[in-house]
Design a protein. Sequence first.
Length: 228
Amino acid sequence: MPELFFGPSRGGKIMTRGTDDPGCRQGHVVNLAGFLARSTVNGPGTRAVIWVQGCPLRCSGCFNPEFQSFSGLDFVTVDEVFERILAARPVDGVTFSGGEPFAQAAALAALGERLRETGLLILTFTGFSYKEILEKNRRSWQQLLAVTDLLIAGPYVPAFRCSDDSLIASSNQTIADLTGQIPVPGRSLPRRMGKLVEFTIRPDGRILVSGFPDSGLVRNLASRCGGG
C-alpha cells in the first residue's frame, strides 16, 4: 500500500538517485525503501510493513514514484529486517509492498520463510498480475508466492480507481487468498470496509502517511508541512 513521508528535509520526501540500475538481486539483502513497525491500514489486523526500493512497472498515478528507481537507498540484510520485525511484536503479520516485491523476490522469500516459522502471516502487494507471476515460472517468484498467504495483484490503473475497497486501489486488481489464513473482505470481514488512512509521526518529526489517502489531503498536508 502507499507510503509517503513529509518533513522539513529534502522537500519532505525520501529521495533516491534517478537511475534504472537493476538494483539488489542478492538473496540475503533487501533494498529497503521504508519500514513501519505497526500498521492497521496495510492489510487486515496489525501488521509490520516493508516497502522495497525499485519497480520496473512505473504505473501511471503511482502513489510512491520515489520508490520506482532501483537506486540503492538502504541495503539491509534479511537477518536485520527479521530482527526489526520480531522487535515489533505483537503483530498479526507482515506486509510486503513497494516498489515491487517481486523485483526482490529471493530476499523476501528468504525473509518470509523465517517469518512464517514464527507464526506471522504474509500479505504481498504486487503490480504484476497473478497470471503473470504463475506464467513467468521464475524460481524466486514461486518461492515468494509460496510464503505469501494473501496476494494483492495487478497494476494500478487510475481510470479504474475504487474508493470503497480496503485492499485494492483500482478495480482491475485481484485478491488471491493462497492459504485461507488472513481474513478477506467478503468472507470473514465486511466486503466493503472503505479506505483508511494512517498517520505516523516519526522521532525526527517526519509524518508518514499510509493507506489510500485522497490526493487533495496529501497535497494539503505536504503544503502545511513544508513538503511542497
